[in-house]
Design a binder for this molecule. Sequence first.
Ligand SMILES: [Zn+2]
Length: 94
Amino acid sequence: MGGKKISCPHCESERCVKNGKANGKQTYLCKECYYRFTINASKRKYPFKIRREAVNLYKEGYTLTEISKKLNIKVQTIHHWVKKYKDLKGIKKI
Ligand SMILES: [Zn+2]
């Protein structure tokens, strides 16, 4: 391997450091949001860009249904992102 940067599944920062092992898997700690994760847990269905867009639309006052239609993503998924990211500071600035 090599060349592949580790990025935080939570805020997509690349400021991640190794943080010991859990169940034989390397865990990482994000220095941006202090989220802990393993590499396996970091695979994502949607890029962070899309998630951020969805959350930002929500903040602008769009409903989950409207965002769902706009981005062609399930309402439940967007609802999950909104819950997950709404308190994340970094998401506000684009
Ligand atoms: Zn992070």
